[in-house]
Design a protein around this ligand. Structure first.
Ligand code: ADP
Length: 394
């Protein structure tokens, strides 16, 4: 069975084509700069990588060319081989707590919820509509980033603000990266051979969030009403005192959305280091003794450790901590610094094992009170799995 996972952004469309008989990736790639000058695509399959500049006026162009290329390159013989398409969808508010078969109602809801994800939801609709036009009869599923967090109870998701903000405007914590946290939760349960686990999933990439997970269900997560909240990130501040916003507006003569833009794009590692949002650059500079890079690194670690500490209490102890995404999978120094700060919880890691990168590995020692794993995330596979499971339940 062949399934395509799609992640449509405002000017890009990423895809992975899976053979779900063995969950292998047959081909993957990205269409970029859609609707802009210099649009192009990259397709990887077997050991080949094809890159081409091509005019892509719309997402529909990208989907049409993708399907043509899959046939031209003999990756598939005919379009009938594609059994289903799974779409990564960002915001399903509190209506969607699991993946769904895409219907007109789902598309209308994505449109209705767009004020909660102004960049992502409209792009997700473009991706769905492109497939509807080019491959009208294909089975399609939507997998929401917010869905996994719908099991949080009100004490976790409510903000201590006037209750009418929640009731009238939907102001609450939604959480993001849900598909990744769900994949990590499932994979860790499989690795440990146990469903009933108290787990902290640390998805730390350029965007970063942590989730407290009990028996496979999300209890709390660090991102909030938007993906700006929680731990410090590459360019995002994470949690700050909201009074900073009007104060800086006045100092710099900016409006609220300009300051929010600073918090989204010019804060985090980039903001503190005044150098880079990439952890590799920060660590290299810190090695040279650069004070701002050291501060950025240490603040980054501190915010993660703070969340882990609070989730430890929330979960009533922790069985396993998992690291994933760009930094979590690859950055041995950051994992080491986080785990060293967790020594009071009985966390001990094997520095040799911690040097492994980008693969599934247990990095805690046998006498560590909490198991610590690195697990590469695979949101695309999770989307393809959900597509298959909804297809079987039809
Ligand atoms: P996104 O949130 O954009 O999906 P990723 O999960 O791809 O981000 O993570 C990208 C980040 O991962 C980079 O900005 C970089 O900081 C970090 N990263 C990748 N490789 C390494 C590495 N070897 N060491 C440290 N950090 C790394």
């Amino acid at each position: 069975m062949k399934i395509i996972s799609i992640n449509a952004g405002s000017s890009s469309l990423k895809f992975s084509l899976f053979n779900m008989d063995d969950e292998s990736v047959i081909a993957s790639g990205v269409f970029e700069r859609i609707g802009m000058e210099g649009s192009c695509y990259t397709i990887k399959y077997l050991d080949e990588k094809i890159e081409q500049q091509i005019e892509l006026v719309s997402h529909k162009d990208a989907v049409r060319i993708l399907l043509e290329k899959l046939i031209d390159l003999k990756i598939i013989n005919s379009l009938e081989e594609i059994n289903g398409v799974g779409h990564r969808l960002v915001h399903g508010k509190d209506k969607y707590s699991s993946s769904v078969v895409i219907t007109d109602e789902v598309i209308a809801d994505l449109d209705q919820f767009k004020e909660f994800a102004p960049l992502h939801n409209p792009a997700n609709i473009l991706g769905i509509e492109a497939f509807r036009e080019v491959l009208p009869d294909v089975f399609m599923v939507g997998v929401f980033d917010t869905a996994f967090h719908q099991t949080m109870d009100p004490v976790s998701y409510i903000y201590p603000v006037p209750y009418s903000w929640y009731q009238d405007y939907g102001v609450r914590k939604y959480g993001f990266h849900g598909t990744s946290h769900r994949y990590i939760a499932k994979t860790a349960a499989k690795l440990l051979g146990k469903e009933n686990l108290r787990m902290i999933s640390c998805h730390i990439g350029n965007g970063a969030s942590l989730a407290a997970i009990k028996d496979g269900k999300c209890i709390d997560t660090s991102m909030g009403f938007t993906p700006l909240a929680g731990v410090m990130m590459g360019t995002r501040s994470g949690d700050i005192d909201p009074s900073i916003i009007p104060y800086v507006m006045e100092k710099e003569g900016k409006n609220a959305s300009e300051v929010i833009d600073d918090l989204n794009k010019r804060s985090g590692l980039l903001g503190l280091s005044e150098y880079s949002n990439d952890m590799r650059d920060i660590l290299a500079k810190a090695e040279e003794g650069d004070e701002k890079a050291i501060l950025a690194r240490d603040k980054y670690v501190r915010t993660i450790v703070n969340y882990i500490g609070s989730y430890y209490l929330l979960l009533g102890g922790v069985d396993v901590i998992c690291f994933t995404a760009g930094v979590g999978e690859n950055s041995c120094p950051i994992r080491r610094l986080v785990c060293e700060a967790l020594l009071p919880l009985g966390v001990k890691i094997d520095l040799e094992k911690n040097n492994d990168r980008g693969k599934t590995v247990k990095i805690s020692t046998e006498d560590s009170k909490i198991s610590v794993y690195v697990i590469p995330t695979d949101e695309e596979l999770m989307i393809a799995r959900d597509t298959v499971s909804l297809m079987k339940n039809r």
